[in-house]
Design a protein around this ligand. Structure first.
Ligand code: SR1
Ligand code: MG
Length: 433
């Protein structure tokens, strides 16, 4: 039996089966709270399968009085097919992470209506009229609350699940739960930190335009060492419960609201991985803008808006995180009572600033790795993929790769986000002389 058939057989033996538009209403009708949200007769509920991510089934169910979302894990990677089995238990980690996030930032994540361990299924709030941030950035929409709300999400979750806020015992217990999410971590370890830098069957890029670049990246010793140091940090530094896949496809927005979805990659890892995911994906959106120019829009002003968001997100994240540390730093690390006399107060305040600067450098490195994997690895992003002309797409990708590389290799030389932004701006303008 193949691994995929074994996984499927084990799931079926336990009662798991993938739902569809025909079977989901019967399933939901038995759940009092879900049936009451939907209202009316289950035979009239309308089901759309809308999953456009890489892994799962996602259904929107609409009834007479309301709607909800049901997300069900498949026993394999949807993007690739049954040849790549993936444990159903990722639904358990997603639910655990959602509950932990609800605890920290209830307004910034969807409400959970129901979780079924056997069916690997979570029923949650249907976020409407929110759209996926990535699509909004491709459309050129402005989101005035994005920087404030996404930095609040990151500061709260990355502070309150860590040793800075929790007792050592509680942090260890929480960490232990997520250690078992090894299969999803392995996807990141391979697809983000390893495969783009070696010949791998599923790698792809805009060819032939980027063929030489891909070869150059595979032979770039300095880059490979730096990426592997980030990989070691990802594998070993259990700093906080990270979302683990916080790209712009995991963020839903309206003009006034930001909601973070899809934390199935969550585990205890380095905080900078989440911050870097947000920043790196915004830089990808930035470099893709010339590819979306047309119909009288050059997208220059919109690109500047994206850069402003990147600066604002880092500034807001940093000051909120520090504020939380100063006001709620009751964890077992840096025991509060040790820093009461003036010398200690000053030394600790200076140390906290260094700590945030280290986190800044981590975030830049992870941002670079997240950018490069979306151009030279397996899973690409719509920001770039939707640019139909391959020459134009490759031009955008070349600039993004250049920023990604310097963010990884030179990360410790950047003193501020302003200097990173100015480097991005120079790369963007590089071919306009
Ligand atoms: C095989 S899964 C590919 C990617 O999709 C998810 O969104 C993660 O980013 C993962 O790396
Ligand atoms: Mg996802």
């Amino acid at each position: 039996m193949s691994l995929a058939s074994e996984t499927r057989a084990a799931g079926a033996a336990g009662g798991y089966h993938p739902l569809d538009g025909g079977t989901l209403p019967d399933y939901l009708a038995k759940l009092e709270n879900c049936a009451s949200i939907l209202g009316g007769n289950p035979s009239e509920w309308h089901v759309d399968e809308v999953g456009d991510g890489n892994l799962n089934l996602v259904f929107i169910v609409r009834g007479a009085s309301g709607s909800l979302v049901a997300k069900q894990a498949l026993p394999y990677v949807r993007l690739v097919g049954e040849s790549w089995p993936l444990p159903l238990k990722r639904a358990f980690f997603e639910h655990e992470a959602l509950i932990a996030q609800i605890d920290c930032v209830p307004d910034l994540v969807p409400a959970v209506h129901h979780y079924d361990d056997v069916m690997a299924l979570t029923v949650m709030e249907h976020l409407t009229p929110h759209i996926i941030l990535r699509k909004g950035l491709i459309a050129g929409n402005l989101y005035p609350k994005l920087a404030e709300q996404i930095s609040e999400f990151m500061a709260q979750t990355l502070f309150k699940t860590s040793d800075l806020h929790l007792s050592a015992k509680e942090k260890k217990q929480r960490n232990a739960v997520f250690c078992d999410n090894d299969a999803l971590c392995k996807i990141t370890e391979d697809l983000v930190f390893t495969d783009p830098y070696r010949v791998a069957e599923l790698n792809r890029w805009t060819s032939p335009q980027l063929d030489d670049t891909a070869t150059r990246f595979r032979n770039d010793a300095e880059l490979k060492v730096a990426v592997q140091s980030l990989k070691e940090a990802f594998m070993g530094r259990a700093e906080a419960l990270i979302h683990g896949d916080l790209h712009s496809g995991s963020i839903m927005v309206t003009e006034t609201e930001t909601k973070v979805i899809d934390p199935e990659f969550a585990f205890y890892g380095p905080r900078g991985f989440d911050v870097g995911a947000v920043i790196g994906n915004l830089f990808l959106a930035y470099f893709s803008q010339p590819g979306h120019a047309g119909n009288g829009q050059d997208r220059v002003a919109y690109g500047e808006w994206i850069l402003t968001q990147i600066g604002e997100i880092w500034d807001r994240f940093q000051s909120r995180f520090l504020q939380l540390w100063e006001s709620q730093g009751q964890g077992d690390a840096y025991v509060a009572g040790l820093f009461e006399e003036p010398d200690s107060v000053a030394a600790f305040a200076a140390y906290r600033r260094t700590y945030l600067q280290d986190l800044f450098h981590d975030s830049l490195g992870f941002a670079g790795a997240k950018m490069i994997r979306r151009i030279l690895g397996l899973a690409h992003v719509e920001d770039l993929e939707s640019i139909e002309d391959p020459d134009r797409r490759a031009a955008c990708e070349t600039k993004a790769l250049a920023l990604g590389r310097t963010l990884i290799v030179d990360r410790k030389t950047y003193e501020s986000m302003a200097s990173v932004i100015s480097c991005a701006r120079q790369l963007q303008g590089g071919d306009e002389e």
